[in-house]
Design a protein around this ligand. Structure first.
Ligand code: PLP
Length: 452
């Protein structure tokens, strides 16, 4: 592939998330998109197998969102939403969300993205317990293979250890339990299901730390960046029970699972429970403009509203309730509703998972899993022992590049090929994704064997 010359300028001036010059080999300059397709600067078209970064839920090229931004910018692009001021799009969005999310959550704070949503959740959990006279409840428990964002506390809650070493020390008071991964987590007791055994780790951690020191447990309904880990059906009901029993707030990180991705509006609907705090970003605007935030239960709102003015929730953010971003979110939700894209995620997701399950008998395919329109194919060197390839095999990079060569953009994490295409992806495009993944795996593994 001939790379566009603008990549030279990129190299000279731009630092990227996960920056390292070795990644330039397969760099593309993305120039346009339409539905589930994206085009690079050489004019080549690809299926966007990850909806950008799990966020372009309504697909690319929807002019309605640009129009909503233009209209709001022409009226009032920005003004402060600090207490004492407000704006119509933020009010309308908060009201709209209270009708969409869990029944006990009706109050919202807006940020610009997911990491700030994580910070807001952690600080709100601490605030809540302090306001209730329990200042020692400050610790946060999360899971290994979780991703919660790049800020220091969010990074400390993140359970993907590759994100830590060059930025440590981490924020004190953050600890991790195992991910409820049905492929890799084993219950020690044959009478206890995998879901309950994985959830019981939370109770063990709370008791070990002391319930009076633990503020919250944070969990993605389906762990996305950690390799699409779908918990067993009985996991979250046990988690809810443990959190309620020990007075630990349950924070649902719905940054990926929100706004239709799992085939429901929000991921925990799949598990029949409600969190105390939920956080969102990405799909709320389908990535067209940055926006995130949290929703808190009525009980938490009452505590926040009940403190004296001198103890107010001193959580300040210039872009909270940004009118333009909120106007775009409203237009995005209009499209999700009008086009019934949540239902589309469920049916297209079933088709994707069925197709990928057809690859399970292939050499190297250890596990195929998914929920709604998020799925993963985990590659292993030995299907019996479930052993992964050593990092020096460089499978992640090879799989990513081989899929790009075939016209599929996506991300591979820890040898799990992650797939989360836009909710508007057609059946024919879903089938092409499956075919491209099915061609890539044997080709990459054969080349690997040859070069050993
Ligand atoms: C579950 C989850 N939480 C938080 C974040 C952080 O969001 P952002 O990158 O918008 O800060 C992400 C990003 O991928 C995420 O997947």
């Amino acid at each position: 592939m001939t790379q566009p010359t603008s990549l030279d300028t990129d190299r000279a001036h731009l630092m990227h998330p996960l920056h390292h010059p070795s990644s330039y080999k397969s760099a593309r300059v993305w120039v346009s998109g339409e539905g589930a397709l994206i085009k690079d600067a050489t004019g080549r078209e690809y299926i966007d197998g990850l909806s950008g970064l799990w966020n372009v839920n309504i697909g690319h090229g929807r002019h309605e969102l640009g129009e909503a931004a233009r209209k709001q910018m022409g009226t009032l692009a920005f003004h402060s939403a600090y207490a004492g001021g407000s704006n119509e799009p933020a009010i309308a969005l908060a009201e709209r969300l209270s009708g969409l999310v869990y029944p006990s959550i009706n109050t919202f704070f807006f940020t610009s993205g997911g990491a700030e949503a994580s910070e807001t959740s952690f600080k709100t959990a601490r605030f809540y317990w302090k306001a209730r006279g329990k200042a020692d409840k400050f610790k946060v428990i999360s899971r290994r293979r979780a991703y919660h964002g790049l800020t220091l506390a969010a990074m400390s809650a993140t359970g993907l250890s590759a994100f830590w070493p060059m930025f440590e020390p981490r924020t004190p008071g953050f600890l991790h339990i195992d991910a409820p991964d049905p492929y890799r987590f084993k219950s020690a007791d044959p009478n206890v299901s995998v879901g309950v055994a994985a959830a019981n780790q939370l109770e063990e951690a709370i008791l070990r730390e002391g319930p009076d020191t633990v503020a919250a447990f944070i969990a993605e309904p389906v762990q996305g960046a950690g390799g699409v880990i779908v918990p067993p059906p009985d996991y979250f009901s046990r988690i809810r029970e443990i959190c309620s029993k020990h007075d630990v707030l349950l924070i649902a990180d719905e940054v990926i699972t929100g706004f239709g991705r799992t085939g429901r509006w929000f991921g925990l609907e799949r598990y029949g429970i409600e969190p105390d705090i939920m956080q969102f970003a990405k799909g709320i605007t389908s990535g067209y403009i940055p926006l995130g935030g949290i929703g808190v239960s009525d009980a938490i709102r009452e505590v926040i509203n009940g403190v004296p003015p001198g103890q107010r929730w001193m959580h300040a953010y210039t872009y909270s309730g940004h009118p333009t971003c909120c106007a775009v979110a409203l237009a995005n939700i209009d499209i999700l509703e009008r086009e019934r894209l949540t239902e589309r995620a469920a049916t297209a997701g079933d088709r994707l998972l069925r197709g990928l399950r057809g690859l399970e008998s292939m050499d190297g395919v250890g596990n195929v899993r998914g929920l709604g329109l998020m799925a993963a194919v985990e590659i292993v060197s030995d299907k019996t022992t479930r052993q992964q390839f050593p990092p020096e095999a460089g499978l992640t990079q090879k799989l990513t590049e081989a899929m790009l060569d075939r016209g599929l953009y996506t991300r591979v994490v820890m040898d799990c090929i992650c797939l989360a295409p836009p909710l508007v992806t057609t059946d024919a495009q879903i089938d092409r994704i499956v075919n491209m993944v099915g061609e890539t795996i044997p080709a990459v593994l054969a080349a690997h064997v040859e070069h050993r």
